[in-house]
Design a binder for this molecule. Sequence first.
Ligand SMILES: [Zn+2]
Length: 84
Amino acid sequence: MEIVFKICGQEVDPGKVKNPLTAAVLSRKAHATQKVLGPLKCSEHGGYPVVIFAGRNVENLTCKVGGCCNSFVQGITRRIQFML
Ligand SMILES: [Zn+2]
């Protein structure tokens, strides 16, 4: 699966963030997402989930999910709802 963080429109690598608080929040989200969606794969197309966290700052990130088809994306959304 793929997890992308975008803060103020810029892609951020949780492992390379200088602010320790931001890094902690991002890596916590990444781990939680991985735990919930990690083994998930589209049964029809074999596609993986794509999760994008985006926002103005780390406290205001919204989550968008993507995938190869609508039914897969719906399945991902249903799972990730419990986590957010
Ligand atoms: Zn699919």
